[in-house]
Ligand binder design. Structure first.
Ligand code: ADP
Length: 405
């Protein structure tokens, strides 16, 4: 089965074509800067050839048509015909409370995704665009939606409720949803595989540390708590997002500075986090370099980032009643050995000791604790596209067996 995975954002579409017989990536790439100047398509195939086409890409329809043409192109392509693709898997950021699993897309599902779009206005409408365009260019092809929130739907009520008047939950669905679910699911399953133990008996903490960052407590294969909340703003210190705050700060700043709700949202989402504290950059590489060179505010930013991760790990190991392994993934988690070391410092009492040499590994699976550690830590590069492709196969086969398609 060949599966095309699409991640449609506001100005970019990332794609990956899998041959699911052996889970080989046949082709991958990005359409970027859609609707802006200098737009381009970048594509790489399994033969290792890379191409970049710089051309005006005014909208998502043109972008997806370009992907389609590139995949069947004589030179760049890997297929003779587009209909050799059996199914398309879409990343959809928010599934609200409606979706606890990936699902075959039909009109009802589209309407439900539209209904929850209010909860992710920056993402869901673009994800939907990708779905609609694929329906148009390939109406017969099964399409599957894979949600970033679905993995966290197993959280108990005590973990997902906020202590606001209950009717806001009933009226607006204000509760914790959690994000990065596709990634947390992948790396925890992989950790169980590496440990050679069934995930149903493991207590794992997954740290997805990228520009956006979240931690999840995964007990017996199920997410029971995560740091992102109603939106991806809650929780850890991130590249430009503030994470946890005393909510009273928000009206205080708005009043003092005489700023609008939109401006305040912008400050919390785009001007805070590592960037806001350091005044330098949202990129952890710049922050770490500046901190090494003695930049005081870069050091504060870094300390806050690491400390916040530690606090969540501490809380999660307590609510799980123990811990078998901590997993680091995404841009920072897979690369920044100093951040990993700082987070794991001083927890030998847990039976967790960092193997300094193994911790130098980057972007590869590695056990970074000493062999005598009873609580393990791993680097596991995330592979969200593969989870989407696997889920697409699973759902399409389930629907075929049930005679739905
Ligand atoms: P996003 O949430 O946008 O997908 P990523 O997972 O790509 O983010 O993570 C971006 C972060 O990862 C940045 O802070 C960046 O500094 C860090 N990062 C990415 N690559 C490296 C690298 N090779 N070395 C150190 N840090 C890196």
């Amino acid at each position: 089965m060949k599966v095309l995975v699409l991640n449609s954002g506001s100005s970019s579409i990332k794609f990956r074509l899998f041959n699911m017989k052996n889970e080989q990536v046949m082709s991958r790439g990005t359409v970027d800067r859609i609707g802006i100047d200098n737009s381009f398509l970048e594509i790489e195939n399994f033969r290792g050839e890379e191409y970049k086409i710089e051309i005006e890409i005014p909208d998502h329809t043109t972008g997806i048509e370009m992907v389609k043409d590139a995949l069947i192109d004589k030179k760049m392509g890997v297929l003779d015909r587009f209909d050799q693709i059996n199914a398309i898997g879409h990343r959809v950021v928010h599934g609200g409370e409606k979706f606890a699993d990936s699902t075959l897309i039909d009109e009802e599902v589209v309407q439900q995704i539209i209904e929850v779009s209010e909860l992710a206005p920056l993402h869901n409408p673009h994800n939907l665009k990708g779905i609609r365009i694929c329906e148009e260019i390939s109406p017969q092809k099964p399409q599957v939606a894979v949600f970033d929130t679905a993995f966290h739907q197993t959280m108990p009520q005590k973990a997902y409720m906020y202590a606001l008047p209950y009717h806001y939950y009933q009226k607006y669905g204000i509760r914790r949803y959690g994000f990065h679910g596709i990634s947390h699911k992948y790396v925890t399953q992989k950790a169980a595989e590496i440990m050679g133990r069934p995930i149903e008996e493991l207590k794992l903490i997954s740290c997805h540390l990228g520009n956006g960052a979240s931690v999840a407590a995964v007990k017996n294969g199920k997410s029971i708590e995560t740091s992102m909340g109603w939106t991806p703003l809650e929780g850890l210190v991130m590249g430009t997002r503030c994470g946890d705050l005393d909510p009273a700060i928000i009206p205080f700043i708005m009043e003092k500075e005489d700023i609008t709700i939109e401006e305040m949202k912008n400050i919390m989402n785009k001007e805070s986090g590592l960037l806001g504290i350091s005044g330098l950059s949202s990129d952890s590489r710049d922050i770490r370099k500046a901190a090494r060179e003695g930049h005081h505010r870069a050091q504060i930013a870094l300390d806050l980032f690491n400390y916040q991760v530690q606090k969540y790990i501490g809380a999660y190991l307590f609510i799980m009643g123990g811990l078998d392994a901590i997993i680091f993934t995404a841009g920072i988690g897979e690369n920044a050995s100093d951040i990993r070391a700082a987070i794991l410092e001083g927890v030998e009492f847990l039976g967790l000791k960092v193997d300094q040499q193994a911790n130098q590994t980057r972007q590869k699976i590695a056990e970074i604790t000493t062999t005598d550690s009873t609580t393990k830590a791993f680097i596991i590069p995330t592979n969200e596209e593969l989870v989407i492709a696997r889920d697409t196969v699973r759902i399409v086969e389930k629907c075929k067996n049930a005679g739905v398609i």
